[in-house]
Design a protein around this ligand. Structure first.
Ligand code: SAM
Length: 224
């Protein structure tokens, strides 16, 4: 059975954007899965599967998008809570859940304001989402809801260590961010995870085929 929140904000886009950005976000959501299909087949799906095998207990996924991670979660989780503030993305996520046949909860709230109790989550999952949130505020909330000893699983694209590519990521970020609905292609996410007080227990860096150059490299791993 699928469980859904009855929040009055369920039908809202809670990102506080203007009408043009909201209209563009519908186009973005409609094209999201096909835009990413090359990179998913080129290796991202495999990375998701390996990462999410490690999820356990009460799991919270931040910014679940269209639900690309859903097929990769292991059986036996105590609960799976998915947040998604973009209305168009959330509608796609919910339609996928209709056929998923498991217990899930979808919340519209942003990462910076999670309606969950302190110390209530065992695993927080962030994939391709930390590029678009207010990092200090989101990490404050993630750390608040994670129980002591809980884990953060991440798979994110980051600013390149190669000066040539990093320069273009910095230059093109304003344009990229407008087209890609608030995504920043030059985030130093690994450093931000550490600065937020997490200890990274393992991390890998690399790239996959058919990924847009501006969102290379990617990092994936676990922090506590
Ligand atoms: C690039 S998509 C990634 C979707 C999914 N996590 C994946 O791995 O394919 C980024 C998602 O983060 C959501 N998002 C944007 N700002 C957010 C925020 N402040 N808090 C939580 N999610 C946010 C977007 O609506 C979008 O669905």
């Amino acid at each position: 059975m699928t469980t859904r929140t009855r929040s009055s904000r369920r039908q809202e886009d809670v990102l506080g954007r203007g009408p043009i950005a909201r209209a563009w976000s519908k186009v973005f959501a409609a094209g999201y899965d096909s835009l990413n299909s090359g990179a998913e087949e080129g290796g991202v799906a495999e990375l998701r599967a390996a990462l999410l095998k490690r999820a356990s207990g009460h799991v919270l996924e931040i910014g679940a998008g269209t639900g690309t991670n859903l097929p990769h979660y292991p059986a036996g989780l105590r609960s799976l809570t998915l947040t998604e503030p973009d209305l168009a993305m959330r509608r796609r996520l919910e339609s996928r859940l209709d056929t998923a046949g498991a217990q899930h909860r979808v919340l519209p709230e942003r990462a910076e304001s999670l309606p969950l109790a302190t110390d209530s989550v065992d695993t927080v999952v962030c994939t391709y989402v930390l590029c678009g949130v207010d990092l200090p505020a989101a990490f404050d909330e993630i750390r608040r809801v994670l129980r002591p000893g809980g884990q953060l699983l991440f798979l994110e694209h980051v600013r390149s260590p190669e000066p040539g590519l990093a320069k273009w990521q910095d230059r093109l970020n304003p344009l990229w961010s407008a087209v890609a609905c608030g995504c920043n292609c030059n985030r130093m996410t690994e450093e931000a995870i550490t600065a937020a007080g997490f200890t990274i227990t393992d991390i890998e860096r690399g790239g996959v085929q058919d990924e847009v150059a501006l969102v290379r490299p990617i990092i994936w791993g676990r922090a506590v």
